[in-house]
Design a binder for this molecule. Structure first.
Ligand code: GA4
Length: 325
């Protein structure tokens, strides 16, 4: 067991580090500006449930503006940060993840994305932070729309907007997560080992759009169950297939297990935009992606039911398993 303390982060026993993931040069890359991006997206989501997105047109300074504003918040006094600890599960969180005892070496902000200003109800939200976030979300939402529409094309769906409509509606539920994996305090820093930052899990939503600074830590599980490290790239986004998309495509696209190791030497800052459907929406394989006579692999459920079920699980549990036929 490793028990770490720092003035800023309360002491909680953390998990010992799992085996190190091997460096992975094979991360699929999709250049959004290339023709044929739709096919590459589908191939990557079938094989990995994950890819790196380049050629996306979102300027680096826009990402860095939100990164700086985020760091500024996390560097503020602990008492200030705690003020943003609003209703569970939203607001500021420190080491505790979800309601069932999961912990990791990180602090975070978690907010529902509703309207133009997700932080409007947060007491800590300086206006510079809010405008950086609003602009970031506006651009990333458009990017997600494009990715989902190309994905539908790549899957030969008749309706190009079949996925994007599900996550872009008035009632659709988006979440933004800003994570800060701090440097380790001395003497842990000298021990040259990593801690679990965010334990292994799949994302429940349709897709997640992740951007981080140039600090390593993200790992994904390959089809054979082995873990590999994803080299960071602060100019690119990483797209993660969630459980909802796996069901919508009857398992054709796979939701990927992933986790984050805190390296302790260079802090990691990540921002993840999770795009989900509306609460009452049915999550079931779409006719357009099924072959003739193909049977659904899942019992029917709504997003509300899935969320409720997810809240009873531990981070690393197989949440979709209970809905498989
Ligand atoms: C994993 C993906 C997102 O970070 C998240 C997480 C959520 C939370 O932090 O409250 C959950 C987790 C995530 C799935 C199972 C439950 C709920 C923590 C947890 C143990 C915001 C999400 O939507 O699901």
């Amino acid at each position: 067991m490793v028990a770490s303390t720092s003035p800023a982060l309360e002491p909680i026993p953390l998990l010992p580090p799992p085996e190190a993931g091997t460096h992975f040069p094979g991360v699929p890359v999709v250049d959004l500006s290339h023709p044929g991006a739709g096919e590459s997206i589908v191939a990557a989501c079938q094989d990995f449930g994950f890819f790196k997105l380049t050629g996306h047109g979102i300027p680096l300074h826009l990402m860095q503006r939100l990164e700086s504003a985020t760091l500024e918040f996390f560097h503020s006094p602990q008492a200030e940060k705690e003020k943003a600890n609003t209703a569970d599960p939203f607001g500021y969180g420190n080491k505790r993840i979800g309601p069932n005892g999961d912990v990791g070496w990180l602090e975070y902000l978690l907010f529902p994305v509703a309207g133009d200003d997700p932080f409007s109800r947060a007491p800590m939200a300086a206006s510079s932070f809010r405008s950086a976030l609003a602009e970031y979300l506006r651009r990333v939402k458009e990017l997600a729309r494009e990715v989902l529409e190309l994905m539908a094309e790549g899957l030969n769906c008749k309706e190009r907007k079949i996925f994007s409509n599900l996550v872009m509606g008035e009632q659709s539920e988006g979440i933004i997560r800003l994570n800060h994996y701090p440097e380790f305090p001395q003497p842990e820093k000298q021990l040259d080992r990593s801690l679990t930052g965010f334990g292994e899990h799949t994302d429940p939503q349709v897709i997640s759009v992740l951007r981080s600074n140039d600090s390593a830590g993200l790992q994904i599980a390959l089809k054979d169950g082995s873990w590999v490290s994803v080299p960071p790239d602060h100019q690119s986004f990483f797209i993660i297939v969630g459980d909802s998309l796996q069901v919508l495509t009857n398992g054709r696209l796979r939701s990927v297990r992933h986790r984050v190791m805190a390296n302790g030497v260079k802090c990691r800052v990540s921002m993840i935009y999770f795009l989900g459907v509306a609460p009452g929406e049915k999550i079931a394989p779409l006719g357009e992606v099924m072959e003739e006579g193909e049977q659904s692999k899942y019992r029917e459920f709504t997003w509300n039911q899935y969320k409720k079920a997810a809240c009873r699980t531990r981070l690393g549990d197989d949440r979709l398993g209970q809905f498989e036929k």
